[in-house]
Design a binder for this molecule. Sequence first.
Ligand SMILES: [Zn+2]
Length: 111
Amino acid sequence: MKYCSHCGKEVADEAFACPNCGCKTGGGRDENSLSALSIVGFVFAFIMPVIGLIISIIAHSNAKSDNNERSARFAKAGIIISVCLIALYIIIIVAGVACAAAVASSYSYYY
Ligand SMILES: [Zn+2]
């Protein structure tokens, strides 16, 4: 048994909402607990965005099926950060290649 966060009444662990006040219970688990996978995905989003993106997508679908709103939002942030960093890396690589090409061509002009 657990207790409703809203009215404090006892609620069945598997209940989606409190039978007393109708307040959402988070589908049988603490609504404020972040799933480990969403945290891992979020961390990897910064270190290795491609892996972070994959983990965050899995964490997001898991959180959705678990009705874990907070983890779903956290995983979504991980997905967004991963996508932004992947885009940023692509821009850096393209700019780096363009820069190297410019340097190489300028050398050929002077020598
Ligand atoms: Zn309640």
